[in-house]
Design a protein around this ligand. Structure first.
Ligand SMILES: C[S@@+](CC[C@H](N)C(=O)[O-])C[C@H]1O[C@@H](n2cnc3c(N)ncnc32)[C@H](O)[C@@H]1O
Length: 276
């Protein structure tokens, strides 16, 4: 393909994207990545001549429904850049609330475990913000752990990762258990946008018909792994607040807080264990 002025190429591709119902900003982000330019430089350097072959190939994947983050191979979470591909869930902005809460609540030198770490975004963000903490990340998916380990190295973090079904593969006690578990009920999973259902790992999204299966097991196991005064900080799904309140009571946890995300949806629950 012949070279084309960047501003002409950009205008043509943005128009095409819009006509296909895709955000034209995706064109800019892909172009900026491919040309190793910041967005500001991309906008300022419209006169340079570029070959559009690769960006057009990326856009074909986008038009076929692949998430932008997987095509780019990275995404931002809590102001850091994380590698992502279809082995891990794409970190969501609302999950930053777990990081914020853990950073505020963790006592100095605390032992923290992130259960279902995926890309490692929660564990690594917490450890980078609070280097006094001892952070472990576990996941059942070996594939996800390979991505988490790459992120750990890139971001120069000291988190240790391990393969484990919840706590089964790790020993020790923790002052803070954080988790963004799979929580989508199976019936809702089948209705999710194709972009999510076809491309993101099923194990990261749904644990079964109720949606709360992993949460229930996590709370059962956490009693034996929480140090005194320990807390569980966990993300839950839209509309799950009542179910979580019932589960917490049945499993002997007090709800210290139910924190809303930016859309006002109760999103992160802070739990402390109690006896009968
Ligand atoms: C919703 S994703 C969260 C990923 C990442 N923490 C984030 O917030 O972007 C849930 C993660 O839990 C993992 N997972 C599911 N069941 C698990 C289990 N029983 N034990 C450990 N990890 C599990 C999945 O592989 C997936 O990586």
């Amino acid at each position: 393909m012949a070279n084309e002025r960047l501003d002409d190429l950009r205008a043509r591709l943005r128009e095409d994207a819009l006509a296909r119902g895709i955000n034209p900003r995706d064109v800019d982000l892909l172009l900026a990545d491919l040309l190793s330019l910041s967005l500001a430089s991309l906008y300022a350097r419209g006169e340079i001549e570029v070959d559009g072959t690769r960006v057009e190939a990326y856009l074909q994947r986008r038009y076929a429904g692949e998430p932008l983050q997987y095509i780019r191979g990275h995404t931002e979470f809590y102001s850091r850049d994380f590698l992502v591909d279809d082995r891990v869930l794409i970190p969501r902005p609302e999950t930053e609330l777990i990081v914020e809460t853990a950073i505020e609540r963790a006592p100095r030198g605390a032992r923290v475990i992130d259960v279902g770490t995926g890309s490692g975004c929660i564990a690594i963000s917490i450890e980078c913000e609070r280097t006094d903490l001892h952070v472990t990340g576990v996941d059942r998916s070996f594939d996800a752990l390979l991505v988490a380990e790459k992120n750990r190295q890139r971001l120069d973090s000291r988190v240790s990762f391990a393969a484990s079904d919840l706590f089964e593969g790790v020993g020790g006690m923790f002052d803070l258990i954080v988790s963004n578990p799979p929580y989508v009920p199976l019936g809702e999973y089948t209705q999710l946008a194709t972009e999510v259902r076809v491309h993101e790992p099923r194990m990261a999204l749904t644990p079964g018909p109720r949606g709360t299966e992993t949460i229930e097991r996590l709370l059962d196991q956490s009693h034996a792994r929480l140090a005194s005064d320990g807390l569980v900080i966990m993300e839950v799904g839209y509309g799950q607040e009542d179910a979580i309140r019932e589960i917490a009571e049945a499993k002997r946890y007090a709800i210290e807080a139910f924190l809303p995300d930016l859309a006002g949806i109760p999103r992160v629950v802070v739990l402390s264990p109690h006896g009968w």
